[in-house]
Design a protein around this ligand. Structure first.
Ligand code: NAD
Length: 438
């Protein structure tokens, strides 16, 4: 394929060299004449192991060239990858002028282009930027319609400097946010030699995946550092602790718990985070990340309450009282706080939880519930069907399989608030549906 790459920095040079190595015809474009000269003569404008050798070979084979002329680059290519910088403003916002300028140049050049062209944003931009800011520029400058006359994709880059070439050829995944199938298929074709799962998504999902990855990487480093600082304060080797920690690939290094939804609760997580934060304070160890966990969790509990309030309806059925399915453990369950707050605000609340119900029947948690939560015990219903039929708003708080059928029980005029994602795909459901993180 014929590819133009705008921006010959870290991302642009690595992408250009790797695509040219894979047999594509690549034309690098930059506003900096020095970089264009260097790339055009097979020399790398930056330090990156293995890059210069690949560039030299691709320039020699004629697969890689460089130019200052963006207009010509568009005419001579089928796909343009935008790899210009998006640095930070002092307030944290992104400087979009480079990426906007490139879109404006590409838009102008598209007016003279007969063949179908796909514009691919590879620079990191915040969700919504491509659709709300860059596509309008491309359309305005070209007088053409995105998704009809030309294609657009968001294809984030995940390389790490210093191992960039290995990262390019061994990616964990390829993410292609596409305006339409045709654009996505062309970008997919660029990477056909790579063995990696490829995800075709809406454009803003692709934008968000990039930020989620980087935020998570930053979170991991900060978490390890805070644990390390606490270790040091106890005479423990923090690197030993995190090394062994990493061997748990079921709960620690895995997708477990990475499912957006309602707050955590139960007898261990809140108690143990609280104790660790207390200990850090006692030992004068700064641990702002660990300290923020419980307040962030509280925000999620409050969000569930706000979602009910926004419905402006008063009869609420809560499905799930324990902190997770298949247990009757009510300790620090976020659903308890949800119920208590709603009752306090004058809502008529009914609750169904088969395990809590059973626990009362067999006496396991009977005295705890009746002594500690008498106000809640009286709200328990033993019929899921009756509770759903009588409620104006139904709230699912945990992922019990019993709740999967709830969307089919709903009627027009009722609202289902799903804090788990269990009812997400019931498109034919009657009534309103509101998910907490989707
Ligand atoms: N560096 C990384 O490791 C990395 C990894 C993944 C994603 N990203 C993202 O990729 C993007 C590029 O990052 P980078 O580190 O390669 O940037 P960079 O600053 O190294 O390079 C940007 C290049 O764009 C050129 N440029 C500016 N305006 C131009 C224009 N109108 N036409 C042509 N070229 C122009 C500049 O001269 C420069 O050479 C950023 O959004 C960044 O967040 C970077």
């Amino acid at each position: 394929m014929k590819i133009s790459i705008f921006g010959l920095g870290y991302v642009g040079c690595v992408t250009a060299a790797c695509l040219a190595h894979d047999g594509h015809t690549v034309l690098g474009v930059d506003v900096n004449p020095l970089k264009v000269d260097l790339v055009g003569s097979g020399r790398s404008p930056l330090v990156e192991p293995g890059l210069e050798d690949m560039m030299k070979a691709s320039v020699a084979s004629g697969n890689l060239k460089a130019t200052l002329d963006s207009h010509a680059a568009i005419q001579e290519s089928d796909v343009s990858l935008i790899c210009v910088g998006t640095p930070s403003h002092e307030n944290g916002n992104l400087e979009l002028s480079y990426v906007k300028n490139v879109c404006s140049e590409i838009g102008k050049a598209l007016t003279e282009k007969e063949d179908y062209h796909v514009v691919v944003i590879r620079s990191t931009v915040l969700p919504g930027t491509v659709e709300e800011c860059l596509i309008p520029i491309l359309e305005q400058e070209s007088g053409l319609k995105a998704g009809v006359d030309f294609g657009v994709c968001m294809n984030p880059e995940f390389l790490r400097e210093s191992t960039a070439i290995a990262d390019y050829f061994n990616p964990s995944f390829i993410v292609i946010g596409q305006i339409d199938e045709r654009s996505g298929a062309m970008v997919h074709e660029l990477y056909k030699t790579l063995e990696a799962p490829s995800f075709r998504t809406p454009i803003r999902t692709a934008e968000m995946i990039k930020y989620s990855c980087n935020a998570f990487h930053a979170l991991k480093i900060t978490f390890a550092n805070e644990i390390g600082n606490l270790c040091k304060a106890h005479g423990i080797d923090g690197q030993d602790v995190m090394h062994i920690f990493g061997h748990d690939q079921q709960l620690n290094i895995s997708t477990t718990y990475l499912k957006p939804g309602y707050a955590f609760g139960g007898s261990c997580l809140p108690k143990d985070v609280r104790a660790l934060v207390y200990r850090a304070k006692e030992r004068d160890v700064e641990s702002s990340l660990l300290r923020s966990i419980l307040s962030s969790n509280q925000n999620q509990i409050d969000l569930g309450i706000k979602m009910v309030e926004r419905t402006k309806r008063k009869k609420v059925g809560i499905l799930g009282l324990s902190f997770k399915p298949s247990t009757d453990d009510l300790r620090e369950s976020p659903a308890i706080e949800l119920v208590e707050t709603l009752v306090g605000k004058g809502y008529q609340v009914q609750i169904f939880d088969e395990n809590v119900q059973l626990s009362r029947l067999i006496g396991a948690n009977k005295s705890f519930i009746e002594k500690e939560l008498p106000h809640i015990a009286s709200l328990m219903s033993d019929s899921l069907e009756e509770l759903v039929a009588e409620a104006e708003v139904v709230v699912i708080t945990h992922g019990s399989k019993t709740f999967k059928e709830v969307p089919n029980m709903m009627t027009a005029g009722q609202t289902l608030i799903d804090l788990v994602g269990i009812a997400k795909n019931k498109k034919d459901m009657q009534g309103q549906y509101e998910g907490i993180c989707w």
